[in-house]
Design a protein around this ligand. Structure first.
Ligand code: HEM
Ligand SMILES: [Fe+2]
Length: 494
């Protein structure tokens, strides 16, 4: 089979050794966990939110105290919901982009089981109070070890496949995914084996800022952007707007993201110059963000009819995530400035930002992955377009309410505390209504997620048959990207 044939072939086409190009069962297994975490992670958040409204709610259940719920929620959505959807996406797209089946398929299965098993165990132990005091690295040592083995076992098959690919060009999604996997393997060591036992004081905080920022900047961001770069041209049937911009975005991300960490600790005892560098690097993130965003909106030129008409929920969720990505990444650089930090650091504004990134952009994109994979890989139409519409609108409205409430509450708190008008306790009392509003928005979001999970399960059980879609689409996007890459290189040489 030639490379072109491999790419254009339906997922189930066997390769010469009889192995299908795409391992559907493995994708299904990842997806089952995505659906599971899509319920568990956000529900933990909703219970935590309700406890802010009424501190006596579930007050005598030790396992369900706010401190435990919060960290279980954050870890559940990042390592559960988001990461499993990305692994499902890569299990489909990497063989397609490399023109060969996933290498070392047994390791890939082992990695899937180990990752989900350790996240599950991690969540239970977090709720049980077995916690390591590193934000975004709270799982205890035993879980860390299991998760490390699982992560390495899961990424090796992808890296092997990419190294041994039969398509010369690496499509931009592959750059992001390869880099994201390698960066995270290193970052994981820092967060889980160095920080809990290493230096204390402000050095520990500086390193922690680096770790925390890399979880979002060198795992969530590149893995999510890679998925968008894969799906967008396929669902619009239009090549990515600019190859040069995708190059610029990738390298700017690699260069500036790692310098950002200390922006989590502005006005701390960490050296002032380090804080200033982090602030400057935060402003520089405008470059990769705009490069990516211009590419998304540029690709959409002439394609908007596909978004507004019909029920292409992959595209709808891609665009929705794209809007929140712009908002988040506009907010982020300004939030890093000292003047803004004074106002926002100790309040709910921050929580609004974290959610607009991890939920508004990246979890929404994770759901786009699921809407993308089900018809394409499993030949099932989404069971109910109506339910998908409910999902879409509940996420739009629910999250807008939550984000608005948190942002306004944050400004109110910040202003009150800065001007010393009221005591801290009074400032907390002052945002009670915003917290209730946030719980309302969160409930809408969680109901939307329940509709989504139900709809996907029903699609598997009794979804009408769907074509895999234009099977040449993946091949086409790689070819057009390859042609652009060559043109870029030629123009650079001139
Ligand atoms: C692109 C430009 C971005 C910049 C400059 C930026 C900047 C910041 C800053 C300064 C903070 C700290 C706020 C404080 O503690 O007062 C923060 C928090 C946070 N950011 Fe971003 N951000 C950006 C994008 C993102 C993205 C893409 C994600 C997720 C994928 C993200 C996730 C978070 C999270 C989860 C927090 C909260 C951390 C905590 O709980 O302490 N940010 N961001
Ligand atoms: Fe950060």
């Amino acid at each position: 089979m030639t490379v072109e044939q491999a790419l254009a072939a339906p997922s189930s086409t066997p390769t010469p050794n009889g192995q299908p190009l795409v391992d559907k069962n493995l994708i299904k297994a990842w997806l089952c966990f995505t659906l599971f975490w899509t319920i568990v992670g956000p529900v933990l958040g909703l219970v935590a939110s309700a406890k802010l409204d009424d501190p006596y709610y579930l007050a005598d259940i030790e396992w369900l105290q706010f401190g435990r719920l919060r960290i279980a929620h954050v870890n559940g959505v990042i390592f559960g919901l988001f990461s499993t959807a990305i692994f499902a996406m890569m299990t489909y797209a990497v063989p397609k982009l490399c023109g060969r089946p996933l290498a070392n398929i047994r390791a890939a299965w082992g990695g899937m089981i180990l990752i989900n098993g350790s996240v599950l165990l991690g969540e239970v132990t977090l709720l049980g109070g077995y916690v390591s005091a590193v934000e975004a690295g709270e799982y205890g040592l035993i879980i860390d070890i299991l998760l490390t083995i699982g992560f390495v076992t899961a990424i090796v098959p992808f890296l092997q496949t990419i190294v041994a690919r039969r398509v010369n060009r690496m499509y931009v999604a592959l750059w992001y995914w390869t880099a994201g996997m390698l960066w995270t393997a290193i970052n994981f060591v820092l967060g889980n084996y160095v920080l809990p036992y290493g230096p204390g004081g402000s050095t520990s905080a500086a390193l922690h800022g680096f770790y925390l920022h890399n979880v979002v900047g060198l795992w969530i961001t590149p893995m999510g952007l890679g998925a968008v770069y894969y799906m967008l041209p396929v669902v619009t049937r239009a090549p990515i707007y600019s190859h040069k911009l995708s190059l610029l975005g990738f390298w700017a991300l690699a260069l500036f993201y790692p310098l950002n960490g200390v922006h989590h600790y502005i006005y701390s005892p960490i050296a002032d110059w380090a804080q200033t560098i982090a602030i400057a690097a935060s402003m520089m993130l405008i470059v990769p963000v705009w490069a990516f965003s211009v590419n998304v909106w540029g690709t959409m030129q002439g394609q908007w009819a596909k978004f507004t008409s019909g029920s292409n929920y992959t595209l709808k969720f891609l665009i929705l995530g794209g809007v929140w990505y712009l908002i988040t990444c506009f907010q982020g650089p300004f939030e890093a400035l000292r003047g803004m930090q004074r106002l926002t650091h100790f309040g709910e504004f921050n929580v609004g930002h974290a959610h607009s990134a991890v939920f508004g952009a990246f979890s929404i994109w994770a759901m786009a992955c699921v809407y993308f994979i089900v018809p394409k890989v499993f030949g099932r139409q989404i069971w109910s377009a109506k339910l998908a519409a409910w999902h879409y609108w509940l996420e739009i409205i629910g999250f807008a309410i939550m984000f608005g409430a948190l942002t306004i509450a944050g400004f109110q708190q910040g202003t009150q505390l800065l001007t010393n008008d009221v005591s801290w306790v009074e400032s907390m009392n002052g945002i009670k209504d915003f917290w209730v509003t946030r719980t309302l928005g969160g409930t809408m979001m969680d109901v939307g997620l329940a509709f989504f999970v139900f709809n996907i399960v029903m699609s598997f059980i009794c979804g009408k048959p769907a074509e895999e879609g234009p099977t040449g689409a993946d091949a086409e996007l790689v070819r057009s990207e390859g042609a652009k890459a060559e043109a870029t290189e030629a123009s650079v040489k001139e």
